[in-house]
Ligand binder design. Structure first.
Ligand code: ATP
Length: 291
């Protein structure tokens, strides 16, 4: 096997809580992660030359060690003293810097690809242990599906699959700095925290209403205060029939949850007409875990 094609799926946060800042500067989080059927594609090929060649369809993305795919490949090449090179074509579809873990998911796919291409025989747990050194969300991207994510994001508990639902993804054309959002997050008595345990119970009982009425992201207020367009997109989704809508990660992407496909299609076209979000997708939850 010289060539391999992998899909790298985006995630949304059904619930996102920040418990506090740690002495090392990271934050302790408690999040419910969910994979959606929106993905980048990676074509990986073994080559004779001792180098990593990365091509992408987005001219502004780095193709050197600043790209997480490059880093992931380099990590395993160094550890296993692999002399053969790798040629990768990365086809991006997941909006970049959007709160959808696009880069993390690409890195996860690259680790899995390397494991297969070079027969490294690493287990999923082995890959996840290495993944966290590249980014806190990458172990989850290796696991996929529905999961509780704790610690800095690397302590994972797989959950029952999320009930079937259609998801609209809408990203306004703004760049949100994750650093800005965390720096401006003031955790005090007034902070509205998500009911993560309640969401887990609703997932367990396959209660989509119970899940959607608890959608909550502790970072949302900080980002919306700076970028009101996020609230406007949420309002549009809600007025066009979303069961609920929420910002994912530190933003700026908003997602809306729908049970009814026709309703979701109407909201999708309405968002297009409104023009406030520039990248809009109609997709659904994706529950298959990686093998
Ligand atoms: P998260 O939800 O984990 O915060 P995100 O969706 O907000 O992630 P990414 O799309 O992963 O953010 O990209 C953040 C930055 O990482 C970009 O500005 C980009 O330059 C850099 N980056 C490195 N590798 C990649 C990659 N493979 N795909 C996208 N961005 C990448």
């Amino acid at each position: 096997m010289n060539t391999i094609m992998l899909k790298a799926y985006a995630k949304i946060n059904i619930g996102l809580d920040v418990l506090g800042k740690r002495p090392d500067g990271y934050h302790d989080v408690r999040m419910i992660m969910q994979t959606i059927r929106l993905y980048d594609k990676l074509n990986m090929k073994r080559i004779g030359k001792d180098e990593i060649i990365l091509k992408t369809n987005l001219a502004y993305l780095p193709t050197n060690e600043n790209n997480l795919v490059y880093k992931a490949i380099q990590l395993l090449r160094e550890e296993f003293h692999i002399k053969q090179g790798v040629y990768v074509e990365l086809q991006k579809h997941i909006p970049v810097a959007a709160g959808l873990a696009g880069g993390s998911s690409d890195a996860a796919a690259a680790l899995i690809g390397m494991n297969r291409l070079f027969h490294l025989k690493l287990t999923k747990a082995d890959l996840m242990k290495r993944a966290v050194t590249l980014g806190a969300d990458i172990p989850y991207c290796i696991l996929g599906g529905t999961a509780l994510s704790e610690g800095i994001g690397e302590v994972l508990t797989p959950l029952a699959p999320m009930p079937r639902a259609y998801i609209i993804i809408a990203k306004p054309p703004i760049n949100v700095s994750t650093k800005y959002v965390y720096e401006n997050l003031k955790l005090d008595e007034q902070t509205k925290h998500p009911d993560i345990d309640g969401i887990m119970e609703a997932i367990q009982t396959r209660n989509l209403v119970g899940i959607t009425e608890r959608l909550c992201n502790v970072l949302e207020e900080v980002t919306i205060e700076r970028y009101p367009v996020i609230q406007e997109i949420k309002d549009t989704l809600l007025s066009y029939g979303a069961m609920n809508a929420l910002m994912s990660g530190s933003g700026p992407t908003v997602f809306g949850v729908f049970q009814d496909l026709e309703l979701a299609k109407k909201a999708f076209y309405q968002l297009k007409v409104q023009g406030k979000a520039k990248q809009i997708y109609l997709t659904d939850v994706f529950n298959r875990r990686r093998g």
